[in-house]
Design a protein around this ligand. Structure first.
Ligand SMILES: [Zn+2]
Ligand SMILES: [Zn+2]
Length: 287
């Protein structure tokens, strides 16, 4: 049911933004591959065991006292994604990288587990060493690893977020995985509109102050600006002139499944880059 709705909404977005067709086809292939991975959703244990760590600022996936059961599933999903090498919809350099990645996985059984483990624990030193050892493309490992992790995390996300909302997080990084946000949404509440940040890696959402840069924590109103963009009436851009960054904010509701996907508004990133702004945060696709 949701699938049909999502397709229709995405199709509608793409009709208005034909230049995104190629990247949309690429994402369709990814969805097709992942839908075929037969993985078992295990029940999460009581998250309250993580309460102390979480309230000290440790994201759930890194809390020692609770394990979200997605590790094995993410390894399976990552392995499946190397078959992107076989699809003509996938750009050539990317296909070549997937194919070398597939070969490394065949030769080195510990490889997939090490990649997923480092991504989940933000252990970038180990990840860097693995990548260097096998001479792989870092951006692609990052993209595929997080695509796999976020896919297997989705069945747990509403329970996780419900728990996270009961605590008070209010930090600039993701309460689930620790990444910096890549989009935001303004949502109506009985106390006016509130700004929610959205994680580009695991797709969690969390409440954050309405004014203030999530990248450098600048709160000086003279250095913060809201930019309206002619091309997209439901997206505004919150700009920070202290660190020269920006975050795209969806200001409407109802079209979240398209509007909150970073790549659906990649044209705005190009526009902002031309104006000298830097895309910060953790993104799966860097331009
Ligand atoms: Zn996250
Ligand atoms: Zn800033």
């Amino acid at each position: 049911m949701t699938m049909t709705k999502q397709l229709t909404l995405k199709e509608k977005w793409l009709q208005d933004r034909p230049f995104l067709e190629e990247i949309a086809r690429f994402h369709e292939v990814i969805e097709t591959i992942l839908d075929q991975v037969p993985f078992k959703v295990e029940k999460m244990k009581n998250l309250d065991a993580a309460k102390d760590e979480f309230n000290r600022g440790i994201p759930v996936l890194k809390c020692e006292h609770v394990t979200v059961p997605i590790f094995e599933q993410a390894c399976q999903a990552l392995k499946a994604l190397t078959s992107l090498a076989d699809y003509k919809e996938v750009p050539e350099p990317f296909r070549a990288s997937c194919s070398s990645l597939g070969k490394v996985m065949e030769q080195d059984e510990a490889f997939i587990r090490a990649v997923i483990h480092s991504l989940m624990n933000e252990d970038y030193q180990t990840l860097g060493e693995i990548i260097e050892k096998h001479q792989l493309n870092e951006g692609i490992i990052w993209f595929l690893g997080w695509t796999a992790l976020s896919y297997v995390l989705q069945p747990h996300l509403s329970e996780l977020q419900q728990w996270e909302r009961q605590q008070s997080w209010n930090r600039e990084y993701c309460p689930t995985c620790g990444a910096l946000p890549n989009m935001a949404q303004l949502k109506r509440s009985n106390k006016g509109r509130k700004r929610h940040l959205i994680c580009g890696c695991c797709r969690s959402q969390w409440l954050y102050k309405r004014m203030g840069c999530p990248y450098c924590k600048n709160e000086d109103p003279n250095l913060l600006r809201i930019m309206e963009i002619n091309e997209e009436e439901d997206i505004r851009v919150d700009v920070c002139n202290s660190c020269n960054s920006y975050i795209k904010v969806y200001t409407n509701k109802g079209e979240e499944e398209a509007a909150l996907l970073d790549w659906m508004t990649l044209h705005l990133d190009l526009l902002l880059k031309e104006r000298g702004y830097v895309k910060m945060g953790t993104h799966l696709i860097n331009i």
